[in-house]
Write a protein that binds this ligand. Structure first.
Ligand SMILES: NC(=O)c1ccc[n+]([C@@H]2O[C@H](COP(=O)([O-])OP(=O)(O)OC[C@H]3O[C@@H](n4cnc5c(N)ncnc54)[C@H](OP(=O)(O)O)[C@@H]3O)[C@@H](O)[C@H]2O)c1
Length: 268
């Protein structure tokens, strides 16, 4: 912040614009967990945010209320299933009309995990299809819409949440890991296909992060094992991941393109 004294001796304070001032971001799966932290962080950097969710309207409303506690409306909520193409289109339509602006940033954080942790041999076809439907098809639909509609010429960002399991390849996570591996391939190809648009496409791949998804179906022993496997000796927090997404979203992140950023305290 700089202070300038005018000739009449009044002091004018100049505040530099925030890194994402008035850019419009869609964050899918922003009612809880990592998506929630990302939405709050992008808003703290000045972005206007669409808070997408599947069913938890009260939690999504609470995130929006936290962002909107100032004078102007900087967040809206939108229920939509990202595995449905019409509903994904609706997210983008709603974002444009809510803020009367093109969209600059997509963060696709919505995801599901089979908390039965089955082996490949015992994974049901229904659970396999559900996992791929949300994690891979959902990411595809969001990226497809984003590639067509995000503002070109600078500041355009596509960021998908994948997982460090794609590198650690643990038993019990076959469908989930394979669905996220598909997204990592998708993002790398998309970055090349977006040549000339100025839009970057990256994946952020956390290790274990203390959210409802992580704890679902896990014994205390399994949680302790995840902590033991991390050189930094703890689970990740949503606040460990959000600033990395925030960096990629800002102009400072423009040279990072087509990459998988593993954010996991060093466990793989
Ligand atoms: N937690 C971890 O250890 C970890 C590690 C690596 C990667 N990740 C990835 O990070 C992302 C966020 O995970 P998280 O732990 O924050 O999960 P979470 O706490 O379970 O939250 C999941 C979010 O996704 C939304 N969602 C689920 N299905 C959806 C659908 N079909 N359409 C739209 N929204 C949907 C949920 O909405 P509702 O609240 O309405 O249900 C919720 O907002 C996921 O992609 C996950 O795979 C997580």
């Amino acid at each position: 912040m700089a202070a300038i004294s005018s000739s009449s001796s009044t002091t004018v304070t100049l505040t530099p614009p925030l890194a994402l001032q008035d850019r419009v971001a869609i964050v899918t799966g922003a009612s809880r967990g990592i998506g929630r932290a990302i939405a709050l962080h992008l808003a703290s950097l000045g972005a206007k945010v669409v808070i997408n969710y599947a069913s938890n309207s009260a939690q999504a409303d609470a995130v929006a209320a936290q962002i909107n506690s100032g004078s102007s409306v900087r967040a809206v909520t939108l229920q939509a299933d990202i595995s449905d193409p019409e509903q994904v289109k609706h997210i983008f339509d709603a974002a444009e009309s809510a803020f009367n602006s093109p969209i600059h940033i997509l963060v696709n954080s919505a995801g599901v995990l089979d908390s039965k942790y089955p082996s490949l041999a015992t994974t049901t076809i229904e659970d396999f299809d559900l996992t791929f439907s949300v994690n891979a098809r959902g990411a595809f639909l969001c990226c497809k819409e984003a590639a067509k509609r995000i503002k070109q010429g600078g500041g355009g960002r596509i960021i998908c949440l994948t997982t460090s399991l794609v590198a650690s390849l643990k038993p019990g996570y076959m469908a989930y890991t394979a669905s996220k591996a598909a997204v990592e391939a998708m993002v790398k190809i998309l970055a090349k296909e977006l040549k000339g648009t100025g839009i970057t496409a990256n994946a952020v791949a956390p290790g274990p992060v203390a959210t409802e998804m992580f704890y679902a179906g896990k014994t205390d022993e399994a949680v302790k094992k995840a902590v033991d496997e991390c050189p930094l000796g703890r689970l990740g927090e949503t606040g460990d991941v959000a600033p990395v997404v925030g960096f990629l979203a800002t102009d400072a992140g423009q040279w990072v393109n087509g990459q998988i950023i593993r954010v996991n305290g060093g466990y793989v």
